[in-house]
Design a protein around this ligand. Sequence first.
Ligand SMILES: Nc1ncnc2c1ncn2[C@@H]1O[C@H](COP(=O)(O)OP(=O)(O)OP(=O)(O)O)[C@@H](O)[C@H]1O
Length: 599
Amino acid sequence: MFNVIRQLFSLLSARQVRQFYILQVLVVVMAFTELLGIASIAPFMALVGDISILEKSNVFAELYQMSGLTNPMDFVFYTGLLVLIALSISTIVSMFTIWKLSLYGASVGIEIADRLYAYYMQESWQFHASGSSAQLTKQVSTEAVRITNGIVQPLMQMNAKVVLAVLISVSILIYNPVIAIVGLLIFALAYSLLYKLVRKKLVYNGQKLSQVSTDRFRLMNEGFGGIKDVLLLDRSHDFIKRFEESGRVYARALGLNAGIGQVPRYFMELIAFGSMIGLVLLLIKLHEGNLGAVLPILAVYALAAFKLLPALQQIYSSLAQMKGSLAAFEAVKGDLEQSLNLEKYINKEAMPVHMELKEKITLNNIKFNYPGKSRSAVNDVTMIIPANSVVGLVGSSGSGKSTLIDILLGLLTPQSGHLYMDDICITPENKRAWQNVLGFVPQSIFLSEGSIAENIAFGLPVADIDFKQVNKALELASLTELVTQLPDGINTKVGERGVQLSGGQRQRIGIARALYHEADVLVFDEATSALDGITEKVIMDAIHNFSGQKTIIMIAHRLKTVQKCDIIYLMDQGKIVDQGSYQDLVEKNSQFKEMAKHA
Ligand SMILES: Nc1ncnc2c1ncn2[C@@H]1O[C@H](COP(=O)(O)OP(=O)(O)OP(=O)(O)O)[C@@H](O)[C@H]1O
């Protein structure tokens, strides 16, 4: 397990590691002050037990002489006050240290979550297309919290208690080696036996927690995301049943691990009380019933046990918690390692470079294979898109149109071939600048819960939205009329995923979003295929309003959509098999002619 903790620390930032060491110093100081607090009680009890010691020759008598006090009771009073001050200092130091440890633990957890989120948010399109968003949500929300609450916090608390336990043990060892060794052996053996017994179960439950929470996130994502189908197909009870089943497994694993960590405390307390009673009887027998002599010794042991026992319990329960949360760290370890390269990535991306399309976009001998697929989705494609032209991309389903467009958008990197803007080759270094030239309208627009303006300036905080630009984009996307009819205009909320808008309105919001940044190149991926004829016409008119001013590339199933295009490329099995105007292709290409018949 300590290997895993070492790995976790190697993934923390330099600042966090520095803070950790500073806190460890504080932890040692805390242990010393706690011990000082306990130790100061013994002489006080000795004094209270037998005040006549002030008349004998010892340290107390010397201090009493030096104090200049005449009444022994005054001396007892001031000694008591000093003990109280020592205890108060110890309490304040402990409170401050635990406070700092909690804050540190929480900040580490949040930084892990932030780093994972940043890493996932900057991963490639291919990474997201082949993964599961439920899994990523779980990693960021659940596993990062489990690492904080189950590894970082317990580790910090445990270290504090280890130092305290060692100091108390050493002190009792000096005070009375026999009793110390017997006492320590009883508790150390009992706890380590117990830990040995339960650790496999803890790891097993920890893994179950990771696994089941992925299922629960998936069920939430699928259930809420596909609620329309769920309701219509009457599948809600299936979802609820699966959610409840996974909940039962989750609750049992969580409860068992918490129980394994906490329950032994009571048994250990019983052992402690038993040992204490045995000790009292032994001491009284040894001192022949002289309570004055027994009391101070007993007070030391009682206080030591009062501090030592919770410390041992904390060490044990921290170990149990950490063992039960290892799976959470295992689940995100790889991603955290990858996220260490993030800063380099961000800096490179932050460089603002402006590009302007003048002549043409060229796709040159592009080849792309999806991982694990033997057939190329795009196979040696060369294609030229003149600036300010309207280009259509058609072909049967699965012919590679979307893949080719994703390459053009810089979302996928081809295995061979290059993409050029004029004579500039698009590379990872200038990809961001190239993407600034592009506006993309997908088949289904993702709308957030925010207002129309927020959806058009997608992802920007409200304070950074350029409302003049929003209004311009709305006008170009033929949305001004609709927006003026809405109660709050561009500030009207559209509801989650835009449920309060029609399909055509959503598509036009998508177009306005693509236009907000004044992109020179607009790419439409089946952007009108889900719309009725009239709505499609309105949108196509809006699109064609830009012809001659912007470069427009559109993927379409329905040939009617691409009728007005300057050039149409026909794709089949990953290749461009023909090109020309609509009329050209109807005349020369039988496949196209067939498609046109069903347009
Ligand atoms: N994320 C992916 N992982 C693996 N294979 C994929 C992925 N996306 C697409 N493919 C495969 O690549 C090929 C081309 O798919 P693509 O989506 O580019 O075709 P398309 O012409 O756009 O189809 P459609 O018109 O149906 O959208 C298909 O065989 C498809 O199964």
